[in-house]
Design a protein around this ligand. Structure first.
Ligand code: 0O2
Length: 267
């Protein structure tokens, strides 16, 4: 097949990957703006290379005329979570979306692969709009924790290096590293609530501070300078005390002062 033809076939997959990365990043933003903990930590994506498609087709005896149907991970999205519990939340989010339909699921977390690989895989049908019209594509979404991702990245490069001939010693080490990763994920789950509380209050505080700073900045344009300097000093004092409730109350009062100035400027 000519390179130009490959490009035409693979272009919509690039579009799907880009759109989905944007959409999943938007979910992270929505959680952040609501001051809530996001079950998604990071999103990446890729389109399989032509050589990798050819390699997989050969390995699985796939007729190249049917490769789009037979290879379900031409477009791949990887979602990284902090905790195992988050993975199932992301699975639910994906199942409830109206812009993709789940066709297959593989839970390699409950049923780890022989290699020790753990991850949750979903194949979804996702539609993109091209100049030739709507095209429905298969996209593989891999969802895993930071720890699982660490292991699988290392295993993937070693498996690539050794192909079928991975030395037994390395295989054993990888297997015990997979055990360690499993224990690490379990430990993390135990302290999850505490970690989430800390992260939540950090995000809420950061949002309050951002609101206060925006208000003070706007007040400089309309209010008496001395009053703004006094407000700013009050803010620094409260900020240094570190009390979140006091900061929230200060932010609320500042909102009212700003509203008063806005009303005055409209008169
Ligand atoms: P790449 O280079 O990541 O794209 P199946 O026919 O269902 O048994 P299939 O179609 O390969 O096998 O599906 P599966 O098992 O769900 O694996 C799909 C992808 O999961 C792989 O894509 C890998 O990305 C990842 N994966 C699966 N098993 C392992 C493993 O043991 N170690 C690591 N590191 N990753 C794994 P590709 O096309 O193999 O590779």
């Amino acid at each position: 097949m000519e390179i130009q033809l490959w490009r035409e076939i693979l272009d919509p997959y690039s579009l799907a990957v880009n759109e989905l990365i944007t959409k999943f990043n938007h979910i992270i933003d929505e959680y952040k703006h609501a001051g809530a903990y996001s079950p998604i930590e990071q999103v990446t994506g890729r389109v399989k290379t032509i050589s990798s498609i050819l390699e997989k087709s050969q390995k699985k005896s796939i007729d190249l005329r049917n490769f789009e149907e037979m290879i379900d991970d031409i477009a791949g999205i990887r979602i990284i979570c902090q905790f195992v519990e988050d993975i199932y939340k992301v699975v639910d989010i994906i199942k409830n979306r109206s812009d993709m339909t789940v066709t297959h699921e593989k839970n390699y977390i409950e049923n780890a692969k022989k290699s020790g690989y753990r991850s949750y895989h979903m194949i979804v049908i996702y539609a993109v709009e091209t100049l030739k019209g709507k095209k429905e594509l298969q996209v593989e979404i891999q969802i895993r924790t930071l720890a699982m991702n660490f292991w699988s990245t290392i295993e993937h490069s070693l498996a690539y290096k050794y192909k079928q001939n991975m030395p037994e010693e390395i295989r054993e080490r990888l297997s015990s590293a997979a055990e360690a990763i499993l224990i690490l994920d379990r430990e993390m789950s135990v302290v999850r609530d505490e970690i989430m509380d800390a992260q939540n209050s950090f995000t809420i505080k950061a949002n309050i501070v951002a609101d206060i700073l925006t208000n003070i900045q706007n007040l400089y344009k309309v209010a008496n300078k001395q009053e703004v300097v006094r407000i700013q000093d009050d803010f620094f004092r409260i900020y240094q005390n570190g009390d979140q409730n006091e900061l929230a109350e200060f932010s609320h009062n500042l909102d009212m002062i700003s509203a008063r100035y806005r009303a005055q400027s409209l008169r």
